[in-house]
Unconditional design. Structure first.
Length: 397
């Protein structure tokens, strides 16, 4: 069975991380994604290490399942070819600085004339409008400006960048969501439209609780380490040999009495400071040393066993190697192998989409630069071998 997006074709002009992440998800879902890259140079992500037998693992992690063609969009011939390709695709994706595509003569209004049903998805640091629109941006910049670094880290510590590129990844997720929504709407209207996704907007959206809390109370959120701003205990604790995460939310089915029993602090059960999760959070400074001391008395696995048997949500803090080997992740086939024509089998992270009728998964490793140029130009534009040879000599492909 093919994925749910079988028959959908994407022309992917994007590079590096944010939009390539979105188009990779579309590929996982069954779309044919044609990645357009500069001749000889390609996506600069191809140069990002570490490398396995000359292949960028960074590039592999974002471009599996795609096809690659080379096309010089600074040349008129290259632009003409792109405009012809637009007639044969459903979606065009790009993440250049706003105005770049218009300067090339390839903006939405131009592409729409070639294909009125085209969905044109643009992702940028700050969006297509506003005072920062033409400023370049990278993941760390939007994380910093969006506020998430200010609430990440330990109290009174410096701002910390989260361990994943959530500035890029969040924008990629929202871009993919918007594309799917526009595909659905096109079934009704028969028309395409332009999508404008901002990495900075996406950061604000990710922090809905922090922003709404500030906007309605005036309280500026601060870094809290691993703990929750509302519930206690809801954080990572050190154990005798590592760390454990546990979560008590309070409320009607508050597990606090059970937790106090397990850690041997029965006197806290009826303490007025501990009646619910919010009260415990307000008195966190008094509770913290007590809870920290108690959790250090046993190993992580000992605590996991006891807490799980009691029905208290918890889990070990895994390093990446332990997470990859976790039996739950293994049973869900989240680590799989894809075939590379030269390097053989390569391990990648599988798609999280689990669908009952139209299974989704990566179909191949990342493509070599221009690997599918002839296939695409012959198949979609009926180009001859002679035409392709002339384009190569001219450096167009």
């Amino acid at each position: 069975m093919s994925g749910p997006l079988e028959g959908i074709r994407v022309l992917d002009l994007s590079w590096v991380l944010s939009a390539p992440y979105a188009t990779m998800l579309l590929s996982d879902l069954g779309a044919e994604v044609i990645k357009v890259e500069r001749p000889k140079v390609g996506d600069i992500a191809r140069g990002n290490g570490p490398f396995v037998k000359g292949l960028s693992t960074y590039f592999l992690s974002l471009n599996r399942g795609k096809k690659s063609i080379t096309l010089d969009l600074t040349s008129q011939k290259g632009k003409d070819i792109l405009l012809k390709l637009v007639k044969h695709v459903d979606i065009v994706v790009q993440n250049f600085t706003p105005g770049t595509m218009e300067k090339l003569g390839l903006g939405y209004e131009t592409l729409k004339k070639q294909n009125p049903k085209i969905i044109y998805a643009a992702c940028s640091g700050f969006g297509q409008t506003g005072p920062y629109a033409t400023k370049p941006a990278f993941d760390i910049i939007v994380q910093a400006m969006g506020g998430i670094m200010s609430i990440t880290g330990e109290p009174d510590g410096p701002p910390i960048r989260p361990g994943a590129s959530i500035g890029d990844i969040a924008a990629g997720l929202f871009l993919c969501t918007a594309i799917l929504a526009c595909l659905q709407e096109r079934h009704i209207s028969g028309k395409g439209q332009m999508i404008d996704i901002s990495m900075l907007d996406s950061q604000v959206t990710l922090q809905e609780n922090a922003f709404v809390r500030y906007l309605n109370t005036g309280e500026v959120p601060q870094p809290l380490g691993t703990r929750h701003p509302v519930f206690t205990p809801f954080q990572v604790f050190p154990t005798k040999d590592g760390y454990i995460a546990l979560a008590l939310t309070g409320g009607v089915n508050d597990q606090w009495p059970l937790f106090c029993s397990l850690i041997g602090r029965l006197e806290l059960i009826d303490d007025d400071r501990c009646k619910d999760g919010w009260l415990r959070t307000q008195h966190y400074k008094e509770l913290e040393p007590i809870l920290m001391e108690a959790m250090k008395t046993k190993t992580t696995q000992e605590w996991v066993k006891e807490l799980e048997e009691a029905g208290i949500p918890c889990g070990p803090v895994n390093t990446i190697d332990k997470a990859a080997a976790d039996p739950q992740i293994q049973s869900r086939d989240m680590i799989i192998e894809v075939e590379h024509p030269e390097l053989g089998k390569l391990k990648v992270v599988n798609t999280p989409f689990k669908l009952s009728r139209t299974p989704s998964k990566p179909v191949r490793a990342s493509p070599d630069l221009g690997e599918h140029t002839e296939e695409v130009l012959k198949g979609l534009l009926d180009m001859t071998d002679r035409e392709l040879l002339e384009l190569r000599k001219a450096g167009i492909i």
